[in-house]
Design a protein around this ligand. Structure first.
Ligand SMILES: [Mg+2]
Length: 180
């Protein structure tokens, strides 16, 4: 089988694993109707820098309204986080959003655990997250829809550097931006 190489020197089929299917500015711009159009009934959500910045445990009201709107519309929400910190299960309990922690994305164990919990097939499942090398790659490896959002706040130099490494993939996927 011939392997076509992209301009970055990585085999093309591997490059596709880093490309989000859709890009939104923020998680709250994703609408239930958009997910339904794409057959998605289970939305898995990265936590840090997708739902909340690292710097606080208190969600803003627009996020809480968005969660309620999704749940009212019959979309199942489940946090799938690599975090080992208590702030994720605390949020989960306080705001009634189920979670899987220690997910080890871009591994697929946590993603598959959440899908099994709700009996959702890959084509019924999407994952939204801010990191190409963990969230998007994990979603693509699990065969589910990958939605990228901007990090809420890249507050350390390491997060800023990581974002620089993500820029080529975000540029390649720019036609997948969903304007709202
Ligand atoms: Mg994140």
């Amino acid at each position: 089988m011939g392997t076509s190489e992209s301009t970055y020197g990585i085999p093309e089929e591997n490059m596709l694993s880093f490309l989000p299917d859709f890009i939104f500015q923020t998680i709250t711009q994703i609408r239930p109707a958009f997910l339904r159009e794409h057959g998605v009934r289970l939305l898995l959500m990265d936590f840090d820098n997708t739902m909340l910045p690292y710097t606080t445990d208190r969600p803003e009201q627009p996020l809480l309204d968005w969660i309620a709107g999704m749940q009212d519309a019959g979309i199942t929400l489940c946090i799938v986080s690599n975090s080992h910190k208590q702030r994720v299960p605390h949020f989960s309990q306080q705001y009634h959003v189920p979670c899987v922690t220690h997910a080890a994305k871009p591994g697929t164990r946590g993603i598959r655990e959440a899908m099994a919990r709700y009996g959702a097939a890959p084509q019924q499942t999407a994952l939204v997250g801010d990191q190409i090398y963990t969230d998007v790659l994990g979603a693509k490896r699990a065969g589910i829809t990958a939605i990228a959002v901007r990090s809420i706040h890249n507050h350390t130099v390491w997060l800023k550097l990581r974002h620089l490494l993500e820029l080529p993939f975000l540029a390649m996927a720019r036609k997948r931006r969903v304007e709202t």
